[in-house]
Design a protein around this ligand. Structure first.
Ligand code: ACK
Length: 822
């Protein structure tokens, strides 16, 4: 037998020298270690039973720091039962602990002559006790946590080399109640090296938000959030009692309330403050119709300066019409100015925290028209040249306006939105900023550089892949700009072998996103277009897409928290509609959530509805549309407007209140189109406040002009937040309009003999058939119906299951308490 090959120690050396990624010894702030085997320089002194089983050995990590590890490899012998037990670990205040194991495991196929005896797993167990029991050990007292298998065992490369991979497995244990516990590792015949064992619990770490401090808080073991009251920092007082929620993951969620500084005090500056004002504006060069300006960076940038906004207008016109430009650095040349004219200008810097204060108003004048005298002979030549130039300019302007109109017409607009004026590629705005379609640029790469900052790829570090986009992978990583603080970012990449059109479409999203600046719209940090891969870099949203986030946290949020999220989405949508931008693909999957539960609208690709949304389905008219989220007029004749976005918002509202349920469940797209056209609407999600359900119904008005504007939606949600009591009346127990999938009659005692008859009013629920012929003898029987019973009769989809069970309960209570008042 070849000892070297079988020895896990060999594996450890190989692993240490070749494959171990740089191990980060700084753990997240919200993790508190109870045990870290790597931190021990001396012997760990854990107990092995029998003594020829697990063996403690010394190794070195990638920094050649000594570490203690354990190995076992009795793969040739039958009936192995080798135990390794840690020392006693005091629990401290943890209710739930996490056990992180790093290990290597040899695959049995790679060891000759061991088939039948060799195993590829080991067991992780624990025992709770109130005191340290020394070397006393009884196998049967231990409770199994899990069988641990390797994701990556030794594999053989094409060249015959062995590749060793480090496995990292984390298991949760809880609730723990005694003062401490032991962990044990049971080997039943594998070849395994336990490289490190870390045991930790999570806490929401001390933090200060809105001038209130929140103490270290240990989450509960259950799924519920812990509500924590904050204390105002020195020299401040409560405006509204500050509160936050500590999640089971050790994250602070949804700050509510705040403290304000006492009179005579002001908040000390931090990287959350906007930059101070730009100063030192100076003229570098002036001509008849241009001026070059430079200025100084704000004295206190308070963060990374993303760009400068330059606003200028003719002095005579006051501010009735102005032009806005963005510049990346501290200088700009303004063109297309009138000769001999006085202009006023203001500059302000923008960071992640928003715009800083504007500079003081700066005045400049363009040069006068220079009088020139020329001979009559040359004057004719000059005249011809000037007339030709004027004709060419006029023709260009005419073409430009025409193209602009065609493009604008092809894009449906909300009735009250404002149009933009173009001029030299800048906005000329009558008092409001308006979105520019990048396709109106002859050269789309000009658009991307107008609206997005070019980043040097060397400033970006990619950490890991977090998902797949239409054009390539989506990664998380870090962006460090020279002399700026490093920030976490999401990086969308354009995969190799792309066509010109794909590159243009990919970058169009950045050209659109770069025009927006709102706390509920995903923020663009910049693009990489001058090296490969081409990338779009945006702020990082820790909780990913809203739909999967809600599914992961089913029933865990309070009504106010959900309304807070919805308010954010509505506010982002109001901003977009004010900008004249119609999203067309508003859905929970296109909303991103950060660690503070702030929701931001994302996904601005021009072709996204047509190309990259998996929900996109071809309509009879040829377009690809996410049917379940789209208003009937947009499906029927592509009438996409802010009002059709409002319909989609109603669907998002339904998705949020049902914690990520799929709208219309498993109904086919064709059935959805037909049902909606006939006037049916989704029923209220379980426990949905009546006011929110009413808002959904308003968003789903057939006549689009009757749907609420986003401004109204924001104000409705604000009122609900101010008056949380109004959320207590749920739609399940109030009257509803008659055009629902589930109408009011479904809450009254059925006189029909079968469940199928009773369910008739729930016309589009896909489970009615399952109940035909099922007789119920009494209301008690009905009320006791569980999701398990429903599965037995073929209702396997979770949404309808929940809906039916809650309706049956409501039915039961109505029977007992009398009819529901209308
Ligand atoms: O639900 P997720 O984790 O969140 O999976 C999808 C995936 O990439 C494909 O879109 C995630 N994702 C996209 N943009 C971001 C972002 N800015 N921050 C964090 N995750 C993102 C999304």
């Amino acid at each position: 037998m070849d000892c070297d090959l079988r020895s896990p120690l060999f594996l450890i050396h190989l692993f240490m020298s070749t494959f171990l990624p740089a191990l980060c010894v700084i753990y997240p702030l919200n993790e508190v270690n109870l045990l870290d085997s790597k931190a021990s320089q001396g012997e760990l002194g854990w107990i092995s039973y029998p003594s020829h089983g697990w063996e403690e050995i010394s190794g070195v990590d990638e920094h050649y720091t000594p570490i203690r590890t354990f190995q076992v490899c009795n793969v040739m012998e039958y009936s192995q039962n080798n135990w390794l037990r840690t020392n006693w670990i005091p629990r401290q205040s943890a209710q739930k602990i996490y056990v992180e194991l790093k290990f290597t495991l040899r695959d049995c196929n790679s060891i000759p002559l061991v088939l039948g005896t060799c195993k590829e797993t080991f067991n992780l167990l624990y025992l709770e006790t109130d005191d340290d029991q020394g070397s006393h050990f009884r196998e049967h007292q231990y409770l199994k946590i899990d069988t641990i298998a390797a994701d990556e065992s030794f594999t053989q490369t094409d060249l015959g080399d062995r590749i060793l991979k480090l496995n990292i497995e984390v298991r949760e244990v809880g609730p723990l109640t005694k003062k401490g516990f032991y962990l044990a590792f049971q080997d039943v015949g594998a070849c395994v090296a336990l490289v490190s064992v870390r045991v930790y619990f999570k806490k929401c770490p001390y933090t200060v938000r809105n001038l209130a401090s929140f103490p270290d808080t240990v989450p509960m073991d259950s799924q519920s959030l812990v509500e924590v009251k904050g204390s105002c920092v020195n020299h401040s007082k409560e405006e509204e009692p500050p509160r936050m929620y500590c999640s089971t993951e050790g994250e602070w969620l949804v700050p509510i309330g705040k403290c304000l500084c006492n009179q005579g005090y002001e908040e000390r500056s931090s990287t959350c403050q906007t930059p101070s004002a730009v100063s030192g504006i100076r003229k570098e060069k002036t001509t008849r119709n241009s001026v070059s300006l430079a200025w100084q960076e704000p004295e206190r940038p308070n963060g990374i300066i993303l760009d400068y906004e330059i606003k200028y207008y003719e002095k005579e016109e006051q501010e009735t019409s102005y032009t806005i430009l963005r510049a990346r650095g501290c200088n700009v040349t303004l063109g297309g100015l009138k000769p001999n004219t006085a202009y006023l200008l203001q500059i302000r810097a923008r960071t992640a925290a928003g715009y800083g204060a504007s500079s003081t108003t700066f005045q400049f004048e363009t040069s006068p028209d220079s009088a020139f005298s020329i001979s009559s002979e040359s004057s004719q030549v000059v005249l011809i040249a000037i007339s030709s130039a004027v004709a060419i300019i006029l023709l260009t302007v005419l073409l430009y306006v025409l193209i602009g109109r065609v493009c604008c017409r092809s894009k449906s607009k909300h009735p009250d939105e404002k149009r933009l004026h173009f001029g030299n590629g800048h906005l000329r705005l009558p008092g409001i900023r308006t979105y520019i379609d990048p396709h109106t640029y002859e050269d789309p790469s000009q658009a991307v550089h107008e609206f997005a900052k070019e980043l040097d790829a060397s400033c970006i570090a990619i950490d890991k892949v977090v998902g797949a986009g239409e054009f390539g992978e989506v990664c998380s990583g870090r962006l460090r700009l020279p002399s700026k603080k490093e920030i976490c970012v999401a990086i969308k990449t354009l995969k190799g072998g792309y066509t010109d059109k794909q590159r243009r479409d990919f970058l169009a999203e950045a050209s659109i996103m770069g025009q927006f600046d709102h706390p509920n719209i995903i923020r663009l940090e910049g693009v990489v277009t001058r090296s490969k891969p081409v990338m779009i870099v945006t702020e990082y949203m820790e909780n990913g897409s809203l739909d999967s986030f809600l599914r992961k946290h089913d029933a865990q949020f309070t009504g106010i928290q959900l309304v807070g999220m919805l308010r954010g989405i509505a506010s982002g949508m109001k901003y977009l509609s004010d900008m004249g931008y119609v999203h067309r693909d508003l859905a929970a999957r296109n909303i991103l959530v950060n660690s503070n539960l702030v929701c931001k609208v994302s996904d601005f690709g021009l072709s996204r509805v047509l190309e990259d949304d998996p929900e996109g389905a071809y309509t009879t008219r040829g377009g690809k549309i996410p049917i379940r989220w789209t208003a009937p007029e947009a499906i029927a004749y592509r009438k996409f407007t802010s009002a059709s976005d409002a319909w989609s918002y109603g669907i998002v509202l339904w998705e949020v209140m049902s914690y990520g349920e799929r709208p219309y469940w498993e109904m086919s797209n064709q059935d959805v189109i037909k049902a909606v056209d006939e006037g049916y609407r989704l029923p209220p999600p379980m426990d949905c406040p009546a006011t929110l359900y009413q808002l959904m119904l308003d968003c789903w008005q057939k006549e689009r002009n009757n749907r609420p504007k986003f401004e109204q939606i924001v104000s409705i949600l604000d009122k609900l937040i101010r008056n949380p009591g109004s959320l207590k009346i749920t739609a399940n127990t109030t009257s509803r309009p008659a055009n629902l999938l589930l109408d009011r009659s479904s809450l009254e005692v059925p006189s029909m003999g079968t469940m199928g008859d009773w369910m008739d009013p729930m016309r589009t629920l896909p489970c009615k058939e399952a109940f035909s012929g099922v007789s119920y003898s009494s209301c008690d029987t009905i009320a006791k119906t569980s999701t398990e019973d429903l599965k037995k009769v073929g209702v396997t989809i979770v949404g309808p299951q929940k809906k039916i069970v809650s309706s049956l309960k409501a039915l039961d209570s109505n029977t007992k308490n009398g009819p529901v008042p209308v």
